[in-house]
Ligand binder design. Structure first.
Ligand SMILES: CSC[C@H]1O[C@H](OP(=O)(O)O)[C@H](O)[C@@H]1O
Length: 359
């Protein structure tokens, strides 16, 4: 991709992350040297996206073990990293994975074991992204051929479930990148994704770098495009998918799924297995929805005509805003779940057949 979202620095222990709050106008890395810094980078969304949050938390545990490998610090690091963001289940999954490995290690071995396991989390995500790409590519190819093999496939995506959200090709974007390699023409409708504009600031940036044709649209445009046959499929990411196939993703995803269902547009979710929460069934009732600061809604950051970065307030300064960061799309609105092992129906049986070891 030409950039790394997270990697071990040359000193072999500190961790460099791409500060995504500065994109697309500034490209800067931040060096994490403590667990606390890793926690802040997740909470303040310097890193974001379920898989990348998990990977950053894993390295946060490694930084903690380097500082103090005691049982008490292991638990403290687990708790403080877990509380950074409540919705993406990869955070809990990665922390549980690290804790399971570390608690059985002698204190003297915990630092090296933690760094090894964190590196494994990164490599596994990279592999999962590629698997999602391969299975999603088949769907894109099918649509391309049904259109006669000479017109671009128009794909709508929401937020950023791209390389920037992961340690690899992305989840929703992986099939798109592989289609480019396979010379299948694709055009992506990029939802700007208010309030933090992950689509406008992140997806547009990464697709542009990769030479993928795309058009930025407001979050309210997708339904109109679907009514006029301008969307061949939707592919979105997920932060937590329940055992029965309900999909929690960036706020606004549910509305896109409703429009897709109403217009007969296939609605796919790119789902790494690390984002499945096998402990919950009803997404609307059971998944905690993060509420973030109202300033993310009332303020916008961008590039001025003279090339400076500024933040402005749009509504009256006295206006208060509600800022729900995610919503839940019921499984009935999902055409299929693109996992690293294949495309599964958005049902309990569909997921169990794909991941029988979880049954
Ligand atoms: C591949 S997970 C991407 C997922 O994460 C985003 O949320 P956030 O930017 O707040 O971390 C969004 O829901 C994406 O679909």
């Amino acid at each position: 991709m030409g950039f790394s979202t997270i990697h071990l620095s040359e000193d072999g222990w500190s961790v460099d992350i791409l500060d995504q709050t500065l994109l697309p106008h500034e490209f800067k890395t931040v060096r994490l040297t403590t667990m606390a810094e890793a926690a802040v980078s997740i909470r303040d969304m310097l890193v974001r996206g379920a898989p990348l949050i998990g990977a950053t938390a894993a390295y946060g545990m490694a930084l903690a073990m380097r500082q103090d490998p005691s049982d008490a610090n292991l638990q403290d690091a687990y708790d403080r990293l877990l509380e950074t963001r409540p919705t993406a289940v990869n955070l809990r999954w990665a922390l549980d994975d690290m804790k399971a490995v570390l608690k059985n290690c002698a204190e003297a071995d915990r630092e090296s074991a933690a760094y090894d396991r964190a590196a494994h989390v990164v490599l596994e995500d990279n592999s999962i992204c590629f698997g999602i790409g391969e299975h999603g590519l088949k769907l894109i190819r099918d649509i391309y051929q049904k259109k006669g093999g000479n017109a671009p496939v128009n794909i709508l995506t929401h937020c950023n479930a791209g390389a920037l959200a992961t340690c690899g090709l992305g989840t929703a974007t992986a099939p798109i990148y592989l289609a480019k390699i396979d010379h299948i023409p694709v055009h992506v409708w990029v939802d700007e994704t208010r309030p933090r504009n992950q689509g406008a600031a992140l997806t547009a940036w990464e697709l542009g770098r990769s030479g993928i044709e795309h058009s930025l649209i407001t979050d309210n445009t997708g339904g109109h495009l679907m009514q006029h046959g301008m969307v061949d499929m939707c592919i979105v990411g997920t932060d937590r998918t329940t055992a029965s196939g309900d999909v929690c993703n960036k706020i606004g995803t549910y509305l896109k799924a409703l429009a897709a269902h109403d217009n007969g547009v296939p609605f796919y979710v790119a789902l790494p297995s690390t984002t499945i929460d096998w402990t919950v069934n009803d997404g609307v009732k059971e998944i905690p929805i993060e509420e973030r600061a109202g300033e993310e809604v009332t303020q916008v950051r961008g590039l001025t005509a003279d090339g400076t970065i500024q933040t402005v307030t749009v509504p009256p300064v006295t206006t208060c805003a509600a800022n729900y960061a995610f919503d839940v799309t019921p499984a009935r609105l999902v055409t299929g779940l693109i996992t690293e092992r294949g495309v599964a129906p958005a049902t309990r049986d569909g997921l169990k057949s794909m991941f029988p070891e979880q049954a």
